[in-house]
Write a protein that binds this ligand. Structure first.
Ligand SMILES: *Cc1c(COP(=O)(O)O)cnc(C)c1O
Length: 362
């Protein structure tokens, strides 16, 4: 190298907010009982796997995918009960849709508002899209603090509000009337993130036509397709036509389109699995509640948040016993000594409970 120019190093070139971010950490889980990422634990029925194998064998992977994804969108409309006149935009996971929304509204000084603790990607994406992030603390019982949220909306005038419904990592559904007040007060878009819709008893999809600033986002990751990477945004054509301009043309590949369409044609199979998960959730919550020193929170999702005396010690103890869950201790003051366990199969939940008992008794 003869050049006299100074070394090109990230510190000199990258935006300070990018340098300041921590990459989203995914721990290795080889050989563990994996209860950290809200995946559906059940395999697909053999007949359905064979149908998928045939669809994949015939797929034209030498061609670019259908950029409009017409078949898949039609299947999504059918299973999600979309009101007439509403449209769908597809994302490579719903994370990509959060990013697309942030890019679309990120004028200088634009604010993305959410509540805390909630899904960490709202803050991360706001930061790297160049938006100002505002997190309004939830009440002590993790319900929406409506006066504080409305006050923050008046003060910050957010271009974008995200509310996870049910919320991750707390597992509760916020009060629907409170969310409607947020939608009515917000000067910008409000996105209700229904990642856990399959496990919850309510949805905002039926309200879409009532508000000009409401969008509903869903993912199929938690329903059993985490590996496919597919999410969608539902709302009025006026918004989605604009947002489509930011979607990279082939963001959902040929194989995810075909396989997801096939699975959605068997949506009943996935919903039956979700039903089993909900039953397991009831048992798991009861079992957690019985352990002295454990405070478990009720959940409308496929995971349970619980508090212990020394979360990091319990987390490490579980890991040594071959069970991986999520340690939330240190992430947010309201989550001190909190852990989050994904609801697994009956056998996985039993292994988790045995390991937890063992760790706590130690
Ligand atoms: C998991 C999750 C998502 C993102 O899911 P994708 O796998 O990117 O589709 C979005 N929002 C919430 C609240 C989540 O928990």
């Amino acid at each position: 190298m003869s050049s006299a120019r100074p070394a090109v190093v990230p510190e000199n070139l990258l935006r300070p907010e990018v340098l300041g971010l921590h990459a989203y950490h995914v721990p290795p889980a080889g050989g563990m009982v994996k209860l950290d990422a809200m995946e559906n634990p059940y395999p697909l029925p053999q007949v359905l796997r064979e149908e998928i194998a045939r669809v994949v064998a015939d797929a034209e992977i030498n061609r670019y995918p259908d950029a409009a994804a017409s078949q898949l969108k039609a299947d999504i409309r059918k299973v999600s009960g979309l009101p007439a006149g509403m449209e769908v935009l597809l994302g490579n996971g719903s994370d990509e849709i959060i990013q697309l929304l942030a890019l679309a509204v990120a004028k200088p000084g634009a604010v993305l508002l959410s509540v805390e603790p909630s899904f960490v990607m709202y803050r991360m994406i706001a930061t790297f899209a160049g938006m100002k992030y505002v997190g309004v603390p939830l009440a002590a019982d993790f319900s929406l603090d409506l006066p504080a949220t409305l006050e923050a909306i008046r003060r910050e005038r957010p271009a974008l509000v995200f509310l996870a419904y049910p919320n991750n990592p707390t597992g509760n559904l916020f009060d629907a009337a409170a969310i409607r007040q947020v939608v009515e007060a917000a000067p910008g878009l409000v996105v209700v993130d229904e990642a856990y819709y399959a496990f919850a008893r309510d949805s905002f999809i039926p309200h879409l036509a009532r508000y000009d600033n409401l969008l509903v986002m869903r993912t199929f990751s938690k329903l059993g397709m985490a590996g496919l990477r597919l999410g969608f945004l539902a709302g009025s054509p006026a918004w989605l036509e604009q947002l489509e301009k930011l979607r990279l043309p082939y963001n959902v590949g040929v194989l995810p389109q075909l396989v997801a369409a096939k699975l959605l044609q068997h949506h009943d199979v996935l919903l039956a699995q979700a039903e089993s998960i909900k039953q397991e959730r009831t048992g798991l919550l009861r079992a957690l509640t019985r352990i002295e020193g454990v405070h478990a929170y009720p959940s409308e999702a496929n995971f349970i948040l619980f508090r212990v005396a020394k979360a990091t010690q319990v987390f490490e103890g579980l890991k040594r016993r071959g069970v991986l869950i999520k340690n939330l201790n240190g992430g947010h003051p309201a989550l001190t000594d909190c852990l989050r366990v994904t609801v697994g199969t009956q056998q996985e939940n039993e292994r988790f409970m045995a390991a937890l008992q063992d760790t706590i008794n130690q």
